[in-house]
Design a protein around this ligand. Structure first.
Ligand SMILES: Nc1nc2c(c(=O)[nH]1)N(C=O)[C@@H](CNc1ccc(C(=O)N[C@@H](CCC(=O)O)C(=O)O)cc1)CN2
Ligand SMILES: Nc1nc2c(ncn2[C@@H]2O[C@H](COP(=O)(O)OP(=O)(O)OP(=O)(O)O)[C@@H](O)[C@H]2O)c(=O)[nH]1
Ligand SMILES: [K+]
Ligand SMILES: [Mg+2]
Length: 466
């Protein structure tokens, strides 16, 4: 792909504010000329126009006869740069005022302020990387832990893309065999050995299915495992949240219905990110706002992977059972830990007598005192066990991006139609159509298939200067 964006863009690529130095990036056909016009190298004979690529020179940025700053200027010549275009980087002093002045000078030279992600978008459009690699650049910038860093790095280096290219090749083989048959359809012969084709479709299905399934892990690593803390009012949910986060995040009081809006935050336990979600206590209420809060509790429960159902051991058994009728139907498919709280208020005998409560609920049980932090280490251990995240190796391909997950789901549906079509002896042209559809969705991930809307959505989420 050749450069189709003929204008030259500029932006500050370092964090806003005042670091010691800042980098201003200029990319496009007039990058070298534009910087040349505002730059005076210290040593004669070092004009940017004649400098070799991958060199740095020292000099002054000037506005007429006014000195703006002493800077370093790095030169990249197309196609050997991040964007694939001519690129010049000015490293100036970290004053916002200086950065602004230099940008203004560049704009006077005909450069345009870059849009968010536009440098990376150009790298994609110039064939420097595919779309999933470009998206990984944003993930890498946002990475905050070993897990997110490792996944973003592997995706940026093309691990995921290679997997998809392999699949595409297999699908192409498949399609050509089928299409060969179509060419000879009058003769009513089957060129492509059906059982080979069937095996191939099945292999492809397994690979796509495996990639789609990896999103559970990828999403958990990237966004944290959602853990909803639910239960009756005053059970001690907010006390438990604060304890898990080690921070007074939520208001705790002895008034029923204190928490009305959802409060959430993440924390790392044993390298796993958990997103704890404190919710409004569930009870019958005539208060409109509280009812809305309880609605949200149910929504959050639905979105959670893990549910901590907090029970006040001092509540009457009947109340707990009544509440169970409301909660239980919403727990299917989730890991549940029943947290019997306020053990400090009961004798050990009384606590023991309560152990059979809610026996019919499929769940682990633990007895704690959130207030006095009794047995809460055990609860953390249980959480880590319940997370059940596999070790991710250097070469494992894990899907972390919801856009990729959705495309994989579509691709999986298409290949499943191929398989059931073969089961039902469907005609070859229909099979070919489904194979092409499968390829289309895989192509959306790498950007072989793309449009302005997809690209706009992706790059608008980048920061400016990237
Ligand atoms: N100053 C600065 N630091 C930076 C970046 C940048 O743009 N500027 N990057 C921005 O994200 C990252 C580095 N990414 C880069 C990727 C490729 C090329 C490049 O010149 N590629 C050439 C030649 C490669 C080679 O020597 O083999 C090419 O692809 O042809 C430069 C930076 C991180 N650090
Ligand atoms: N004795 C004792 N009191 C506790 C314990 N945990 C919480 N409490 C008290 O129980 C009361 C309610 O605690 P909260 O954390 O606000 O309960 P909640 O479940 O968030 O309540 P709502 O937000 O109203 O649904 C407060 O007075 C807490 O101090 C505990 O383990 N032992
Ligand atoms: K309360
Ligand atoms: Mg609360």
């Amino acid at each position: 792909m050749s450069t189709i964006h003929q204008d030259t863009i500029c932006a500050v690529s370092t964090a806003p504010g005042t670091g010691g130095v800042a980098i201003i990036r200029v990319s496009g056909p007039d990058a070298i000329q534009s910087v040349h016009a505002i730059y005076a190298p210290m040593k004669s004979g070092k004009s940017l126009l004649t400098q070799k690529a991958y060199t740095i020179t020292f000099g002054n940025i000037v506005c007429g006869d006014q000195l703006v700053d002493e800077v370093l200027v790095s030169l990249f010549r197309a196609p050997h740069s991040f964007t694939g275009e001519d690129t010049v980087e000015i490293t100036c002093h970290g004053s916002v005022f200086i950065q602004q002045q230099i940008l203004e000078l560049l704009i006077k030279q005909g450069c345009r302020s870059a849009l968010p992600g536009e440098f990376t978008q150009r790298a994609f459009l110039n064939g420097k990387m595919d779309l999933s690699q470009a998206e990984a650049v944003a993930d890498l910038i946002a990475s905050t832990s070993t897990g997110t860093h490792k996944l973003a790095l592997s995706q940026m280096r093309g691990g995921f893309s290679n997997e998809l290219y392999k699949l595409r090749t297999q699908l192409l083989d498949f399609a050509s065999l089928i299409e060969l048959e179509l060419d000879f359809s009058e003769e009513d012969v089957e060129f492509a050995d059906r059982s080979n084709l069937y095996n191939l479709a099945d292999t492809i299905k397994k690979v796509i299915g495996g990639l789609a399934d990896s999103f559970r892990v990828g999403n958990a690593i990237k966004n944290g495992i959602p853990v909803a803390i639910i239960g009756e009012t005053n059970a001690g949910k907010s006390t438990l949240l604060n304890l898990l986060l080690n921070e007074e995040k939520a208001i705790v009081s002895d008034i029923h219905g204190t928490t009305r809006d959802v409060i959430e935050d993440t924390i790392n336990l044993n390298g796993i990110t958990f997103r704890f979600i404190d919710t409004a206590g569930i009870r019958e209420t005539s208060d409109t706002i509280e009812s809305l809060g309880i609605e949200r509790t149910y929504q959050k429960m639905e979105q959670a992977t893990l549910v901590l159902w907090v029970i006040d051991l001092t509540s009457p058994d009947a109340l707990i059972e009544t509440l169970a009728h409301l909660i239980e139907p919403k727990l299917s498919g989730k890991k549940v830990i029943l947290v019997f709280n306020k053990a400090d208020l009961l004798t050990p005998q009384e606590v023991a007598a309560k152990q059979n409560l809610l026996d019919k609920v499929q769940a682990e049980k633990i007895t704690i005192s959130a207030k006095f932090k009794n047995n809460t280490d055990r609860l953390q251990t249980k959480l880590v066990e319940a997370a059940n995240l596999p070790e991710v190796g250097q070469n494992d391909v894990i899907v972390t991006n919801i856009r990729h997950y959705e495309a994989l789901t579509r691709a999986l549906e298409a290949i499943q139609r191929v398989i059931s079509g073969m089961d039902n002896g469907i005609s070859s042209d229909f099979l070919a159509q489904d194979i092409r559809e499968c390829m289309h969705y895989l192509g959306e991930i790498t950007g072989q298939i793309s449009n302005d809307e997809i690209l706009g959505n992706i790059f608008a989420k980048f920061c400016i200067g990237k």
